[in-house]
Design a protein around this ligand. Structure first.
Ligand code: ADP
Length: 500
């Protein structure tokens, strides 16, 4: 029997799963750790915590499954993207990693977008500069921590630090490297032009593999700490979005995934690199050799419902809230909700965008508010769908995941607003599961990632779109779309005049 491990280095904790080659989960473990916020808007983590969590998680899944390290054939890695891990000449950590959600690099992004120009950024990397990305973090360090900057010899992404500890190899792979802004996403290699323009030494960056390539083997020291056998293959893996998509079977054009987590993500596999300046979509390499993906991000998807629950619903359970919403007709009787509680990313990259309810009357009760939130979040995600369709990528089936996918009502609203069937699959282990499938592909258990998904990912539920609700939602969506452009100035005025 072939057994495979997947490790996902998340922001709140690390997940380790052990599966067999049919995709059966043999054991999983989750190890939490804190995130430091030394100043407002900053987000840092000690990479040592990731390694400790990965090693402890691996020991735990081996114990739980009753397998020995000898019986695990390969490991795949996944994790939070965009972080900057900095090592000196002796491979020692220079400071805590600066994470994807850190907001300190506004000035550096502005400089990159305005001085270098978004045209060049798109030509060289396929994406604009956003505060979470890795490259602006290096520019920030050069300006604000020059003594640390002067000692940098290696820059790694979070999961690739764990790879270094597991294998002694410095390496990354294309999907995660896409979020550094230093990768030429079209050519799937570091961008010499970008590195030259930013004066970042090429030697700092590790070799870039495809997600299914073997990047190294477990060392004797790592073996003693993890329980894996020395020489176990460690495969490239993928950034959390790409690996999560593999785990959900989003590996061919036409299948779209919608994650209804705290944030919302619309993800589509694409056969070609799509460079789309100004669209607000990310264009990254997929974890399948020779494939790419498009991704739209909503900052407050599930977070909108969470906010409503905490502020207006006395922390009633999500199931009770969605039951109330089910009693209200599609369209929430003329109530619209704007989900920009945390600013927005796609389709409006605008930190000063603000949320709201529009159309309130005395008739509206709690069920209307909840339903309007579910609908408003889904309208916002439809904005990403429209951009993806404009890029020529079809959407024949929507696969939903995340906490919001537990609600049959929310799934139906997605089907009705997207006018496409909505499915849910068996695997709930997310990126760690996808990383294990990439590991299996890397050592030849599966002929391709698509075959890995075909053998392990099964559709468990399917909901068809309702045509009459769809008509109501078309009108609602047109009104929703008109609001941000109308209210932008007001939102900015409120954010600058009254906040702080
Ligand atoms: P994260 O993205 O932080 O990993 P989850 O994927 O678990 O989190 O998503 C959390 C969100 O899922 C919550 O904020 C809430 O909006 C939504 N959610 C959780 N349970 C339910 C439910 N039973 N019905 C509807 N929405 C839910």
């Amino acid at each position: 029997m072939i057994n495979l491990a997947g490790i996902d280095i998340g922001t709140s904790g690390t997940k380790v799963v052990l599966i067999d080659d049919t995709g059966r989960i043999l054991a999983s473990a989750y190890k939490e750790y804190p995130m430091a916020q030394p100043r407002p808007g900053w987000a840092e983590q000690d990479p040592e915590l990731w390694w400790q969590a990965a090693a402890a998680g691996m020991r735990e899944v081996l114990t739980k499954s009753g397998l020995s390290g000898q019986e695990v054939q390969a490991v795949g890695l996944s994790g939070q993207m965009h972080g900057a891990v900095l090592l000196d000449k002796d491979y020692e950590l220079l400071r805590p990693a600066i994470l994807w959600c850190d907001q300190r690099t506004g000035a550096e992004c502005e400089w990159m977008n305005e001085e270098l120009g978004t045209e060049k950024l798109f030509a060289w990397s396929g994406n604009p500069a956003l505060p979470g990305f890795t490259a602006p973090k290096l520019l920030w360090l050069r300006r604000h921590e020059p003594e640390i900057y002067a000692r940098i010899k290696h820059v790694l992404l979070p999961k690739d630090y764990v790879r270094w500890r597991l294998t002694g190899e410095l390496a990354t792979e294309v999907s995660d490297a896409s979020g550094t802004l230093l990768l030429d996403v079209t050519k799937r290699r570091w961008s010499e032009e970008m590195l030259a323009a930013l004066a970042i030494p090429r030697a700092w960056l590790p070799p870039v593999y495809e997600s299914t390539e073997i990047s190294g083997w477990v060392t004797p020291v790592a073996s003693s700490l993890t329980g894996l056998k020395p020489g176990t293959a460690v495969v490239g893996g993928g950034g959390d979005q790409a690996a999560g998509a593999v785990g959900a079977g989003i590996v061919e054009s036409g299948l779209l995934s919608v994650a209804l987590g705290t944030s919302g993500v619309v993800f589509a596999a694409a056969d070609e690199a799509q460079i789309l300046p100004g669209s607000g979509l990310h264009s990254f390499c997929h974890a399948l050799p020779g494939k790419w993906h498009l991704m739209g991000v909503m900052l407050a998807a599930g977070a909108s419902l969470q906010w409503l629950r905490q502020t207006l619903a006395c922390k009633t359970s999500y199931d009770s809230l969605t039951a109330l919403a089910a009693g209200v007709k599609a369209g929430s009787e003329g109530l619209l909700y704007l989900p920009y509680l945390l600013g927005e990313r796609t389709p409006y990259p605008d930190p000063a965008a603000r949320g709201g309810f529009i159309g309130l009357t005395m008739r509206h009760g709690q069920g209307h508010l909840v339903r309007a939130v579910l609908e408003g979040v889904t309208y916002g995600l439809r904005d990403s769908l429209e951009l993806i369709k404009e890029a020529g990528v079809p959407a024949a089936e929507i696969r939903v995941s995340g906490g919001g996918a537990r609600s049959a009502l929310w799934r139906q609203i997605v089907a009705d607003i997207f006018q496409a069937p909505v499915t849910v699959v068996n695997s709930t282990e997310g990126p760690a599961f996808g990383a294990a499938l990439l590991a299996g592909t890397g050592i030849g258990v599966y002929a391709s990632v698509a075959e890995a998904c075909g053998k392990t990912v099964r559709v468990e539920s399917r909901q068809e779109p309702d045509l009459s609700a769809g008509e109501t939602y078309e009108k609602g969506y047109a009104l929703y779309r008109s609001l941000y452009p109308l209210l932008r100035e007001t939102m900015h005025g409120l954010a600058t005049e009254f906040e702080n």
